[in-house]
Each structure stands twice: as structure tokens, then as C-alpha cells.
Design a protein around this ligand. Sequence first.
Ligand code: COA
Length: 266
Amino acid sequence: MDGFETIILQKDAGLAWVTLNRPDVLNAINLRMRDELWEAAHAALYDPEVGVVVFRGAGERAFSAGADISEFGTAPSYVEARRARQQRDLWALLDDFPKPLVAAIHGFALGAGIELPLFCDLRIASEDARLGLPEVNLGYIPSAGGTQTMPRTVPRGVALDMILTGEPLTAQQALRWGLVHRVVPRAELYAEAERLARLLLERPPAVLSLAKRALRRGPDLPLEEALRMDGRLARRLSADPEARERLAALLEGGRASGGGHVSPKC
Ligand code: COA
């Protein structure tokens, strides 16, 4: 499963590994890579054999050092650049992605190199990771969603510090602020990412997808509306035949082992 120039897409028993593969330039995300990531994400979205996607970076030094600076200002026109972004909107696709996304981050994760993981559900970093939004140094603001996704992930004050100073966080600081969920030694990064991904693969996909939607959309709604959405999603799930089967099996197992009552509203 490949044919890409800037990424590698590998499928392994339910898991799609997407490797950013421009190690000579610290996996800088050029337009080609953004388009290929869009294609790979679509492939994973429509492939029924893929349950979880894991992003990682090739080489020893970086997950990704961000947008490819050498392409800045090279778009033929503003209108064309905007049209291309709308037609192949990678960030919107990831934001709405119904399957779990995991990022395995080592070395530099800067600019779009952390904005991509911010669209992922779980972020695991190795101890050498340095995560930051240095766009201010180039005269920009983070434009792959960072000004919005970062303060929805870490406390607003931390996001302000990162965006205004451009200073990166260490892996341990990122862990403390909830920017990453786990920190592991470099040698264990992919094994840990795979362990988590396989854990997710054991969970019912419909539940993961609806839980993702509730968590992504809910916090931006007024509480009353968010609770209504929560109820709607829960009802949709309780009507799902697979969920009913699972519950029946659980109840059956509980009865067989003499266990207590299992509430479907647990
Ligand atoms: N876009 C394009 N190329 C990049 C890049 C980027 N975002 N980040 C690194 N590279 C390239 C460098 O130009 C260099 O290429 P070369 O060997 O052909 O000269 C190569 O990757 C290695 O980077 P280098 O700067 O030599 O490594 P370093 O260890 O001295 O510094 C960084 C590493 C990450 C601190 C530094 O590369 C950097 O600041 N990169 C830009 C990060 C950034 O601003 N990202 C946000 C963009 S909006």
C-alpha cells in the first residue's frame, strides 16, 4: 500500500501507519505531503480493514519541523492557494475523522508538526520530543488550526505562552499540561503507540466514533445543547444492533458467572 513520494502508508492488521517521510528536512510538510496525507487519510477512512491510524515521523530527529518554509510565498496566487486548501482540506478531514487517530511524536514537533497531532485523539511522545508553535519567529500565527486547537487542549495561558514566545515545551512539560498523554523512552515509542492502537481496535468502532464526536463538538456548544447532543448520540448507539449484541453477551456472561446487574446506562 504505497505510491507516495513524501509519506509511507502501511497497513498492519487493522492499523494504518502513516509515516511522514522527508527526514532530510526534518519531515517538513510541503504541499505535496499535505496532499498525500489527505489521500492517505481518505484511504484509511474508507478502508473497512483500518480501525486506527497512527502518525509518526521518519528519521532520528523529528516528527516534523512544520510547514515547509521553502514553499512560503510560492503559491501562484492567493485565490488558487485558497481553492487548493478548500478542495483538499486535510485539517477539516482530520478534525471530523470518525476513526481514532494516534500520534507517536519524537524529536521536533513544531508548527504544523504539532498542529497535525493536535487533531489526533491520543498523543504519545518520546523523552526527546520538543513541541512548539514557533511561527511568531517567522512573522506568522499558527495557521493549521493551532490558535484554536492548542487552547482547547492545554490551558489558555500555556497556549498563549507557546504562541506568543514561540518557545517549545519539553516532553515532560507537554505531559504536565495535557498536550501529550504519555511519555516513553525513544526506543519504546512505536511499541507503546501500537499497544494503545490495538487497545482501541478491541473497542466497538461505533462507540469510539460517537464518543469522538461528542468530545470534539460538545465543549463548543452551550451546555444545554451539548447535553441534548449527548442524549441523541447515546440513543443512536442503543439502537445499534452490534451494541445490543454486546450488551446481551455481557448480561449473559454476568448471569453465567452469577454476577450482579449490568446497567446499560453505566
Ligand atoms: N521547512 C523546510 N525545511 C526545514 C524546516 C522547515 N520547517 N525545518 C528544518 N528544515 C531543514 C533545514 O533547512 C535543513 O535543511 P538543509 O540541511 O538542506 O539545510 C534541515 O531541515 C535540518 O535543519 P537544521 O535547521 O539544519 O537543523 P537544526 O538542528 O540546526 O535546527 C530546528 C532544527 C527545527 C530548530 C530548525 O530547523 C528550525 O527552526 N526549523 C524551522 C521550524 C519552524 O519554524 N517551523 C514552523 C514553520 S511555520
